[in-house]
Write a protein that binds this ligand. Sequence first.
Ligand code: PLP
Length: 467
Amino acid sequence: MTSEALPRNDTSEIEEMAREHLLQPWEEMQKVGQKARTVIASGEGIYVTDGYGRRLIDGPGGMWCTQVGYGRREIADAIAEQAMQLSYNSPWYSTSGPAARLADRIARVTPGDLRHVFFTTGGSTAVDAALRFAEFFNNVLGRPSKKIVLVRINGYHGSTALTAACSGRPFNRRNFDVDSPRISFLSSPNPYRRPEGVAAERYTDWLIDELETRIAELGADNIAVFLAEPVQASGGLLVPPDGYLTRAREICRKHDILYISDEVVTGFGRCGEWFASEKVFGIVPDIITFAKGLTSGYVPLGGFAISDAVLGRVTGGNAKDSYYSNGFTYSGHPVSCAAALANMDIFEREKLNEHVREITPYFQAKLRTLTDLPLVGDVRGVGLLGAVECVADRQAREPSELDQKLGPRIDRHCNELGLIVRPLVNMCVISPPLVITKPQIDDLVAILRKGIEATQKDLRAEGLWNG
Ligand code: PLP
């Protein structure tokens, strides 16, 4: 029953059970037991239908993951067939056709010599496993002090203890003991909110100076990894200034610091390429982490790809009897891998990467039409990733208290009008399923415009803003 609402009674029953028993990610603790989140009943293409039968455009693409859209029979069939043929095998002492085929297929589309793949259960475990590899790597190489991980403020890398510690959104760190001398935070590359006095043309130099100074202060012999999303996604869709990533890459190479490119969001078509690191941002990292779009969100799966050059330093004659003792019961789960293979089949048959490249200029230009609204401070993006940052005062350097409430306010209006927005503080983040068409982009942006206009009207009526 795609696109159908659940019977009304079912929806209220689900809401009650969720309210009473379900704890969800980023739970607002004060409100536990008070209100359930929106029940999503079904999905088709770029749309989801809520429990009450309201059809909504899926603006965030689930969580930047529903690349091929909802309701793909081909992926559902691949999952069912694999579950019947072989529902599980232990990766500790066996492998399976889907895991080996998927590793081979990913290795064909990774940049450079990133030819080995380690599978995990999602994005956090992908980054966690890559970081644990770096630790293991330096210990095997006899460099026990080379352990510090360089990360950036506003980065998001996951929710395991280690990846949460590497994530730099201050709000998410509150009440958790995640500070560690082994993790060092650099500035967020955020052209819209550059430090005062730093001109746009000088911004890359400024960021690179900071990186080099930090390496000099900490000592390259103590630094294992530079971990970076090509675009800081959950941090506000921050697209770095030109030259920053390529120069950071060179510096890492010079100091034998592993460069881990976290492509959990940017990978699998989001920027019109299987991976964005090389084709969009000009870097070939040592390790790429991925998840989300790998299965278009149909089932959980993640992993990392690693270069032969790095792997070769701790394998074969260089292994010193070591074991990379890290993994998960569900690493390379055959059903998840079968889903990913079917997902990649759809990408290829429907030329989805080409479609994204073709439609990106339209999507980005359409979003930028919103800059005429007085509440809109900045519109930015790359590929089918876009953010509309709203500010009450365009001259203010930091988001004000009022700004903090703008995202949820706009989202509420958009929801009533038929669009889910991912409200991040004062930003509306849009990353729709990649199959979106130009008329659907028109609908999406028209609703977003109406949602922002309605919010402007509310703020004026409440006497909070006179823009
Ligand atoms: N890395 C990045 C860049 C992410 O955006 C996310 C999640 O949004 C993760 C890692 C964690 O992925 P997961 O939620 O699948 O564990």
